[in-house]
Each structure stands twice: as structure tokens, then as C-alpha cells.
Design a protein around this ligand. Structure first.
Ligand code: ZN
Length: 118
């Protein structure tokens, strides 16, 4: 699969509110960011799969803005792969907490974010 095909496969899923990831057919390693080689074993035999969208917070960073607003970023682990993304939360989310994937639209493209489960 070429990189453009990979991106197309990703955008099709993201536009439909589904979270894609890649799984290496050789070593079963899972990762999110599209690339042509498995980062673990360098195999080019990769398959696009879809996560069930449920994950756990691996790390959190809260940024307090001067205007009183706050932004939260985190590393979130879904089905065996991690992504760095915004975390939508009420200030009570913590490491190890459950999240569900949500999607935000930015300049005509959808991107995954994590929403802390209540
Ligand atoms: Zn591999």
C-alpha cells in the first residue's frame, strides 16, 4: 500500500467517525500514525484496522490560559496503540481513566480526540 492510499484509508474512516490504526501482519505491533514500515520490525505488510474507540489515559497535561480557559492534552491508549490528542474533560480526568474517542473538524478534516467518560 502506498502512503497516499494509506492516508485515504485513514481519512475515509475518520470522516465517518471511526478510529483507524495500523497492525503489522508480521509481528502484530499496532500503531496509529500512518507510515510504510512497521516501526518495530520494518515489515511493509501492514493492515488498516478500526478501533472500538474506547481507551485509557496514559498521561495528561493541562494548560491554563491567561483568559481563564484550559486545554488538556494527553497520550491515550486505545486497542494496543497510543495517540497524542486533546482530551475533553471537566478537570476530573486522571491517568488510568476511561475515555471514548470523539472527532473534531478542523479545516474540513476530522481528527480524533478523547472524551473523558463521566
Ligand atoms: Zn512488525
Amino acid at each position: 500500500m502506498k502512503l497516499e492510499e494509506l492516508w485515504r484509508a485513514y481519512h475515509e474512516r475518520l470522516d465517518a467517525n471511526r478510529l483507524p490504526y495500523l497492525e503489522c501482519k508480521a509481528c502484530k505491533h499496532r500503531f496509529y500514525y500512518p507510515r510504510m514500515l512497521c516501526p518495530r520490525c520494518s515489515s511493509t505488510s501492514l493492515e488498516v484496522k478500526e478501533s472500538d474507540g474506547r481507551g485509557k489515559i496514559f498521561s495528561l497535561t493541562r494548560i491554563q490560559k491567561k483568559d481563564g480557559g484550559r486545554t488538556t492534552y494527553g497520550i491515550v491508549e486505545f486497542d494496543g496503540f497510543r495517540i497524542y490528542c486533546n482530551v475533553l474533560e471537566d478537570g476530573k480526568a486522571d491517568v488510568g481513566g476511561d475515555v471514548s474517542v470523539a472527532f473534531v473538524e478542523l479545516k474540513g478534516r476530522k481528527y480524533p480526540v478523547a472524551r473523558a467518560d463521566a
